[in-house]
Write a protein that binds this ligand. Structure first.
Ligand code: NAD
Length: 279
């Protein structure tokens, strides 16, 4: 039996566990996926060493990791995959005997989503709004796709600057810049596409993260928010005729890539997407 879990806080509604369970069943695997939610157990962030010990004792083969542990967990691991190291965030830990390796499949999930969903559209010069955890993964994905120019904006400008600094050395062929939210219209007017990586559009922070009127008709829009799947940004982008990519593509991509790293098997991504849309 393969025992996997999702470690996070307030994750009762997460769609990652049902995605894993269904696809593992379809693949004929003996695979148990549990939820380790500190909002339920009453544990605190300081207790992470104890939580990790318990996870090891209970014999987990792997855990997905989500907010607020993606960075905190790193110091408790034996090593990191090269991409998790460059990104500075982990969303999957694989245990092998006493060893534990942190991986990141958020970025690869987003890269696959862009490759499939945006296809042949222009992506030389892009804008990204949001420089938190999801933003680090999407920016990394865009840079690995060879984007020539990436401009990052965040209401916390220091976060946008930190992300640019983090990736500048690793991607010397790409031009990385920050933009102030106040000056976004000018950069949006000249971009091939825009990636939205803030929580705006979720139930607790409804609304539009930026004004789309400046975008050229050919510019595409990619969303990371997937609860709800149809955000105000996506509705408005489609209404204006832009090609738009929903956040579910990244969510399915990270789950499929995690399942692949854990089991070595190739999940059926289209089947996973169909299942995701039913959830
Ligand atoms: P985070 O808190 O780490 O980062 C959010 C960033 O957005 C912060 O830097 C914040 O300053 C910035 N921000 C907030 N509102 C803004 C605004 N109006 N304009 C500009 N910047 C703004 O959060 P996160 O973990 O990056 O999550 C962001 C969203 O991505 C959430 O909705 C989360 O559910 C989603 N997410 C989706 C996937 C997926 O697979 N689709 C994966 C991870 C996260």
């Amino acid at each position: 039996m393969t025992l996997v879990g999702l470690l996070g806080e307030g994750i009762a509604e997460s769609l990652t566990p049902p995605m894993h369970r269904r696809e593992a069943e379809q693949l004929g695997l003996d695979y148990e996926y549990r939820v380790i939610d500190i909002a339920e157990t009453g544990e605190t962030l300081d207790e992470l060493p104890r939580i990790m010990r318990r996870i090891r004792e209970e014999g987990y083969d792997a855990i997905n990791v989500t907010h607020p542990f993606k960075q905190l967990i790193i110091e408790h691991l034996g090593g990191l995959s090269p991409s998790a190291e460059r990104l500075g965030a982990v969303n999957l830990v694989v245990f092998d005997g006493d060893d534990s390796i942190g991986h990141n499949t958020d970025w690869s999930g987003f890269r696959t989503a862009v490759d499939h969903g945006i296809g042949g559209l222009q992506r030389r010069s892009l804008v990204q709004v949001g420089a938190g955890g999801a933003g680090a993964a999407t920016a990394y994905a865009l840079l690995t796709l060879g984007v020539e120019q990436l401009c990052i904006a965040d209401i916390q400008e220091s976060r946008a600057r930190a992300l640019v600094e983090r990736f500048r050395t690793a991607f010397p062929d790409s031009r990385l810049e920050t933009a102030a939210m106040g000056g976004l219209d000018a950069v949006l007017a000249a971009t091939d596409g825009v990636v939205h990586a803030t929580p705006t559009g979720m139930e607790l922070s409804p609304g539009l993260p930026f004004d789309l009127t400046a975008l050229a008709p050919s510019a595409w829009v990619a969303e990371v928010v997937y609860l709800p799947l149809e955000t105000e940004l996506l509705r408005e982008a489609r209404r204006r005729g832009h090609r738009a990519l929903d956040g579910g593509m990244m969510a399915v991509g990270q789950a499929a890539d995690s399942l692949h790293v854990i089991t070595g098997l190739e999940p059926d991504r289209d089947r996973m997407r169909r299942h995701f849309l039913e959830l």
